[in-house]
Write a protein that binds this ligand. Structure first.
Ligand code: PLP
Length: 396
């Protein structure tokens, strides 16, 4: 820069209340962990951090899978890790597309060279075992990979996992799952449901800043990886190499983002300290309370109660209301971030997150009050007391 006046001033970022689809609220303990001195990626202290992260990640994923590690990158890096490691050119992949993230998995699998069969179902719905089996039959009964999204953040629907393993067995397929929004917000239980490969992101219910993508691979998935005929198409995401850094060899592959891993360690510790069951229950109550408040205000929730996520609620934008104006008012006047609609729902829905440490009654009350005011400015008069309904549902 030629003159001092052209140097940007030091940043003081505002404190927002993050109630969108992620990133979510981050505890101050996690932010403190992030600002500790940077460690070398082979420092003995860091090696211990790595081992403890793997152990805690196994706990939150509900698995004994040895290869359970955070990939360097956001949730999407986790998605590509699964696709490029588990698929080879010509492999058949059956991918359920019921929202934005299913569509991305299909695209990523195609780019990995797979012949992709997309099972498209309406947004906001989930797939039944029967429907999955029919799609498999249409493909000739065999596939190398079946992939679904557990918690579709674009639609707010929760995919039940019962019975999926049996279909994967019939197909001779690996079962892969996007758990970006579900991990530590609702039960994932990879081993119980026979999931072979899963990925997640640090910035949703784990309440860590964005930048890491926990992944877990079963022994079956590892055997598939070892039996590959072609090298993994992405060098950076190649698990055969990365596993040697996270394993006993400690072989350098790329410089691990050590501060981020230390932050994840703290976020996972907080999860384990709260206890997974208690954490799921808090998310469940927060979802119920927020949703009761929204309904009491006269707003519509398009996803049926039985498959509605607690940690991410999709709200329909009422007729005549400008979705973006409401979001802008909430952010500028109240410092609250909520999300807009993605894909088919752009401009037609808001997405409110109750993720991780943000899932509290106090935050729900703040959000509903801010939303009421913003809606009134747009000419929509909330018909009832959202905060009172939320408080009642929280205590129910
Ligand atoms: C957020 C999200 C992703 C993508 O994660 P990034 O961290 O944005 O790369 C993938 N799948 C689901 C279900 C998500 O909610």
């Amino acid at each position: 820069m030629s003159t001092s006046s052209s140097i940007p001033s030091r940043l003081d970022v505002p404190k927002r209340l993050l109630l969108g689809p992620g990133p979510s609220e981050v505890d101050s303990a996690v932010l403190s962990a992030l600002s500790q001195p940077t460690l070398g990626h082979l420092d003995p202290v860091f090696l211990r951090v790595m081992d403890e992260c793997r152990q805690m990640l196994r706990h939150v994923f509900g698995t004994k899978n040895d290869l359970t590690i955070p990939m360097s990158g956001t949730g999407s890096a986790g998605m590509e890790t699964l696709m490029v490691n588990l698929l080879e050119p010509g492999d058949r992949a059956l991918i359920v597309v019921n929202g934005v993230f299913g569509g991305r998995m299909a695209e990523s699998a195609r780019r990995a060279g797979a012949a992709v069969h997309e099972l498209r179902i309406p947004w906001g719905e989930v797939v039944s075992v029967k429907r999955l089996r029919e799609a498999l039959t249409q493909m000739g009964g065999r596939a190398e990979l079946i992939a679904l999204v557990h918690a579709e953040t674009s639609t707010g629907a929760l995919q039940p996992l019962e019975g999926l393993r049996a279909v994967a067995d019939e197909a001779g397929a690996l079962l892969a799952l996007d758990t970006v929004t579900s991990l530590s917000g609702c039960p994932v239980d990879l081993d119980r449901f026979g999931v072979d490969a899963a990925y997640s992101g640090s910035q949703k219910c784990l309440s860590c800043p964005p930048g890491l993508a926990p992944v877990s691979l079963s022994d079956r998935a590892l055997s598939r990886l070892r039996a590959r005929k072609s090298p993994v198409q992405s060098w950076y995401l190649d698990l055969t190499l990365i596993a040697q850094y996270w394993g006993n060899e400690r072989a350098y592959h790329h410089t691990a983002p050590t501060n981020m891993v230390v932050a994840l360690h703290e976020a996972l510790r907080i999860c384990c300290e709260e206890g997974l069951e208690a954490r799921f229950e808090r998310h469940r109550r927060a979802g119920k309370a927020l949703q009761a408040g929204l309904v009491a205000m006269g707003l519509k929730l398009p996803v049926p109660d039985a498959i509605r996520l607690p940690q991410l609620t999709v709200v329909s934008v009422p007729e005549g209301v400008d979705a973006a104006s409401v979001q802008r008012a909430m952010l500028q006047e109240h410092g609250i971030e909520i999300g807009g609609g993605l894909g088919d729902l752009k401009g037609r829905a808001w997405r409110i997150g109750m993720m991780g440490s943000g899932a509290t009654l106090a935050n729900i009350t703040r959000c509903l009050a801010a939303m009421s005011g913003a809606l009134e400015s747009e000419g929509f008069m909330p018909c009832g007391d959202g905060a009172a309904a939320a408080a009642a549902a929280w205590s129910a």
